[in-house]
Design a protein around this ligand. Structure first.
Ligand code: NAD
Length: 483
């Protein structure tokens, strides 16, 4: 089987060489096709950090094993790591965090075992990077949470939890505050949960989740979260098991999967042959299991666990009274331990399985539509305007534009209502949201809204606008704080 390999920047080539040497020593039946991705490709003028030939190879082979890659600073370019995950719709980011004997943490010392899998949505959320300055003082980021996108990642999380015989699957969220976006994600979670009655499904607000993860990490099994919250919570979990040097990651899509370590290029130690290859090795082991090479995966993981148990360590972890080894020596120690079984957490030696290859060649983009609402009506519009005037003055100026179709119902500033009621203690910035609704409660059309827009633009710079949609009697928008 052929896979694409990108060694990456910084410590990438050192740790990738170490991992591939271990794979070769175990005669992993893989052939590696090296692809061009990373900082040096940006520097050659490829604005997305990869050459078109590399893109073709990865799309043909369907598997990318990659080292960390640097995003050039201040050149207006986007991270090649994020571009790769998004372009190829690797919608689920799976990160497994488990106690490794020989890697001391407060929990291992207290005898509290950790085995947590975080599944992070990998495409949506604020990672769309859709951001605008509305005024010179006000920046806006759009956060996309979609029903099909949420269902995709949540279904993967449940399926994976079932396969690993998990006892519990938890949704981390902030639906108490972000009722529409996180509320949608949570709704999808419980919708999918109905199909898996054998799994205990529950939810925890993300701040409470962080507190509970550091007090009782052993209470959690599989946790699924939206993109940004998942990013933060997974780094927290990396800290629980000894740091980023032990955090593997798999980016799972239906057609293309990317396996990489969570950590970056570690420029401070690059080129010194002292980096810890464990996270990349664990990512590679996850990839081997994904491809059906169960026996190779177990043999290599057992050799790694045996090596760690015996106190062999790179400089970033382990017993400081035992001299550390460099990257190459660490890999050689693992190679010499192939075939040995660790005392703690030995992996069962399953047989390799033949996997049916997926047909990677799609001829068009799949449209993800899970539910279309038929009874949608426009009930009003939010117009975001720039102004440094006080709310009463804005209300006076806006009211005369309402005409016969609209009434002005609220003005808010940074999400807090400041008109018709409000407080002088609310600090204001120079951008308001003026909410107009249908005067008589009758549905509006887009022309009505455009008419209002044109009229109001005579008085104010309109920075942005959003329709207020009703689905039956359900509001498809949030209220301002205090409205
Ligand atoms: P980093 O993860 O590279 O380094 C943070 C700290 O951890 C450093 O002190 C580093 O020495 C240490 N460290 C990381 N990996 C290690 C390892 N395997 N062994 C020993 N020590 C290790 O994070 P950063 O410094 O914020 O980022 C550096 C670059 O990496 C940036 O350009 C960033 O964009 C990129 N990055 C890439 C990825 C990726 O490719 N998926 C992920 C994160 C950051």
């Amino acid at each position: 089987m052929k896979i694409a390999v990108a060694k990456g920047d910084g410590i990438g080539p050192e740790i990738m060489d170490a991992v591939l040497k271990i794979f070769d020593a175990n005669q992993v039946p893989l052939e590696y096709v090296t692809v061009d991705m990373g900082k040096w490709v940006f520097d050659k003028g490829f604005s997305n950090g990869m050459t078109p030939e590399s893109q073709h190879v990865i799309e043909d082979l369907g598997i990318l094993f990659k080292g960390p890659m640097e995003t050039p600073k201040g050149k207006g370019v986007k991270s090649v790591n994020v571009t790769a995950r998004k372009t190829w719709n690797t919608y689920a980011n799976k990160r497994v965090f488990q106690t490794l004997f020989g890697v001391d943490t407060v929990f291992s010392k207290a005898g509290i075992p950790i085995d947590i899998t975080i599944v992070r949505e990998n495409i949506e959320d604020t990672y769309g990077g859709i951001e605008h300055m509305l005024t010179h003082d006000v920046a806006l980021s759009r956060r996309f949470i979609t029903r099909p996108g949420s269902l995709q990642v949540i279904k993967y999380a449940f399926e994976m939890a079932k396969k690993k015989n998990a006892k519990r699957i938890t949704c981390g969220h902030k639906a108490n505050i972000m009722k529409i976006t996180d509320g949608l994600f949570l709704e999808c979670f419980y919708e999918v949960a109905k199909e898996y009655p054998e799994l205990k499904a529950d939810d925890v607000i993300v701040d409470d989740l962080c507190m509970k993860l550091v007090t009782r990490p052993d209470y959690f099994d599989v946790v699924v979260l939206t993109n940004l919250q998942g990013d933060i919570v997974s780094d927290l979990c990396a800290g629980l098991v000894g740091g980023l040097g032990f955090a593997p990651s798999a980016n799972i899509g239906d057609h293309i999967c990317i396996f990489e370590a969570v950590h970056g290029t570690a420029p401070d130690i690059a080129g010194k042959n002292i980096a810890n290859p464990t996270a990349l090795l664990l990512s590679g082991i996850t990839m081997l299991r994904h491809l059906g090479f169960m026996r190779n995966a177990a043999t290599i993981e057992n050799a790694l666990l045996y090596t760690l148990e015996n106190g062999i360590h790179t400089g970033d972890f382990g017993d400081k009274s035992i001299k550390s080894v460099n990257t190459t020596q660490f890999a050689e120690a693992i190679i010499s331990n192939l075939g040995k079984m660790p005392v703690h957490g030995a992996k069962p030696m399953l047989e390799n399985m033949t996997m049916t290859p997926t047909n990677f060649k799609l001829d068009k983009n799949p449209m993800l539509v899970s539910k279309e609402m038929e009874d949608e009506q426009i009930a009003g519009v939010d117009l975001f305007i720039e102004s440094s005037e006080q709310p009463e003055m804005i209300a006076k100026k806006c009211e005369r534009h309402a005409g016969v179709k609209f009434k002005m119902v609220s003005i808010s500033n940074r999400g807090t209502q400041v008109w018709p009621t409000g407080s002088v203690y609310t600090n204001l910035v120079n951008q308001y949201n003026v909410r107009f609704e249908s005067l008589d409660g009758e549905p509006l059309n887009q022309q009505d809204v455009i008419g209002l827009y044109v009229s109001l633009s005579g008085n104010f710079k309109i920075c942005s606008s959003e329709l207020l949609n009703m689905w039956g009697d359900k509001k498809a928008y949030s209220l301002a704080q205090g409205q």
